[in-house]
Design a protein around this ligand. Sequence first.
Ligand code: ATP
Length: 447
Amino acid sequence: MAPRTNGIGVQVENTRICVVMVGLPARGKSFIAQKAQRYLTWLSIPSATFNVGNYRRTDAPQPSADFFDTNNQEGERKRRAAAEAAVADMLRWFKKGGVVGILDATNSTKERRKWVLDIMTQNNIEVIFVESRCDDENLIMANIRDVKTTSPDYQGQDPETAALDFRNRIRNYEKVYKSLNEDGDEDDLTFLKIMNVGKQVIINRIRDYLQSRIVYYLMNLHIRPRSVWLSRHGESMLNLEGRIGGDAELSHRGEEYARKLPELVLESVGSDRPLTVWTSTLKRTIATARHLPKHYNQLQWKALDELDAGVCDGMTYQEIADLYPDDFQARDEDKYNYRYRGGESYRDVVIRLEPIIMELERSEDILIISHQAVIRCIYAYFMQKTQEESPWVPVPLHTLIKLTPRAYGTEVQTYKANIQAVSTWRGKGSTAKHEDPSPEKSLFQTH
Ligand SMILES: Nc1ncnc2c1ncn2[C@@H]1O[C@H](COP(=O)(O)OP(=O)(O)OP(=O)(O)O)[C@@H](O)[C@H]1O
């Protein structure tokens, strides 16, 4: 059997990594875990998160702070049982082909970390500990209000009482908490310690490529409020003819969209704070960005160029179906993996977009003007679309999409320019030049 590879080209046949989160409550462990899982899944690396709190809730659905007191034996027993159940499930999942399993729990004592390390090592699974430390009281309280008072642990309770109880829960953990290698005797462990949301990071004994990708990604995360805007170029001359690829000029209506875009952006930003604009290197995206304010920084990325249709570049779908019927069918059957002859697949596009995603994570407000397939891939990253779904997502022309990352997900808003354009969406099996996606396919709530 050929070795399994994935979106970052790593052979993962023998690699299995358990990422063990470490840190007091409300330090963003679940936030970090779900982002890492989303990134790895997007790159086709089988990954899953095992949240010990979810296991504990089956036995203790709404515990008060004293449940987490280390002198509470009943509480200790139940928390230990929850950790054991999560680890057992993770091991079963690894046996079925999992590659990166994330253990989302406080793991705040050396004993607990050693326990996980021993089990994983016995099963030939590498372990990286990822600790989030934060001593910014304001941020901790904001986190508690943001996500903890609405947690199932406090369902139906007064938010202020819940926040207070959660603060007390943290105090119970603080009594026994040991930061990674705090006493100098965990120096052999592989770990990443993130202090105050990346102000300082410590990296210890990172070994292979996949470990270093995970660490690099996590080092780049930030939580400053921001949005990412996505727009396709204005309608092009080839869009009018229903031809794919090429490097055409904008149509008359496409030009109109380019002129309207600054107003649309201003409306959706809600202030005159400047955005950084990334376009592809193709004429139609550069022309679409041309009327944006001069004080917006603009950058062209080759990685944002449209999916390369190889020998089919410049053809209509009907021409492709006539000339390459087997290819046409193969693409419909597995659009994510189908690679045009001499061109690219969606999978290839995701690989070349990986540096874009990394840069997006590091950045603040960015407006990306790119192409249908590329925007589908970026959208899939933020919205966790599967490989089956993402190549079919309708991304209409003359529409601005605003993505705003939140604690555990991404909010989407769309702004229509109300300038007519052809539809370039195509349903499975169809060779129509311009087909409207059925209303239920329309994903976006429009402004
Ligand atoms: N590195 C970080 N340091 C502090 N806060 C962060 C960090 N990363 C994300 N956050 C914030 O943490 C909040 C989410 O908290 P989260 O639920 O992930 O905490 P947790 O550590 O998993 O808590 P618990 O142990 O109770 O599950 C979000 O509001 C997010 O903005």
